[in-house]
Design a protein around this ligand. Structure first.
Ligand code: PGA
Length: 250
């Protein structure tokens, strides 16, 4: 199984156009991946969620029909005076299947390793799935500290029987920059992560994120150990996202 995740962040997406463009690409290709070969997830805000979930439910196209909807964040609290936050219980009640946690844009805003761990616990308690993001910044990369940095992020999360459902390796310098990591860099991160998972007996697909586009998806997905991608900018238009999906083969 391959995975393709759209992270719409706080961008406005024309949902009618997104669906139309996506379906156009699906319909124009005979060998577009089936839903048992490619898992599609869209991480979006709650307002768009209600509209897109209706479209998904009523769609006649099986691949569109099987898109899962996730949040982009979840609170590490249960309930109470936490203005602006959304608990995993609310996500569950709304029908959302899981959430991204540990995205670098949230880590920059104060999410510590421990908060990310607690968010993971909340999702687990409510039987929701987690997309756990890790990744180094340029300074860490240039100082050859990538391995210890990634291991620290993994160790801080994978404790007390917690493990992610999907892991996204997203080097911070590649996010939104138009400069994807090169294959060698991605492969070295994959080997660090796989080694760690093997020792901990964790079975978890590994995705890459950071400036993924229709131009580089084939190269990225061919890196051994990469099971899919997390896509920001190039997921905002249904056509681009569907073209990327069409190039992912199991
Ligand atoms: P990008 O974003 O594809 O725009 O680089 C990826 C992400 O932040 O998840």
């Amino acid at each position: 199984m391959r995975y393709l995740i759209a992270n719409w962040k706080m961008n406005s997406v024309d949902l009618d156009a997104w669906e139309r463009e996506f379906i156009n690409i699906v319909s124009s290709q005979n060998n577009f991946p089936k839903s048992d070969e490619l898992k599609l997830i869209v991480c979006l805000n709650l307002y768009d969620y209600y509209i897109l979930s209706e479209k998904i439910k009523t769609s006649k196209h099986e691949i569109f029909n099987k898109i899962s909807l996730f949040a982009q964040d979840v609170s590490h609290h249960d309930e109470g005076a936490f203005t602006g936050q959304i608990s995993s219980k609310f996500l569950k009640k709304a029908g959302i299947e899981g959430s991204i946690i540990g995205h670098s844009e949230l880590r920059e805003n104060g999410d510590t390793e421990n908060i990310v761990f607690e968010k993971g616990l909340k999702l687990k308690e409510d039987a929701l799935s987690s997309i756990f993001c890790i990744g180094e910044d340029l300074e860490i990369l240039e100082n050859n500290k990538k391995k210890s940095f990634l291991l620290n992020q993994l160790q801080a999360f994978c404790k007390k029987n917690l493990s992610p459902d999907l892991l996204a390796y997203e080097p911070i310098w590649a996010i939104g920059s138009g400069k994807e990591a090169d294959s060698e860099n991605i492969a070295s991160a994959v080997s660090i992560i796989l080694d760690f998972f093997e020792k901990k007996k964790i079975d978890c697909p590994i995705l890459y994120g950071g400036s993924v586009s229709k131009n580089n998806i084939e190269e990225i997905i061919s890196i051994p150990g990469i099971d899919g991608c997390l896509v920001g900018n190039s997921s905002l238009e249904g056509e681009q996202f569907a073209i990327i999906a069409s190039k992912i083969k199991s």
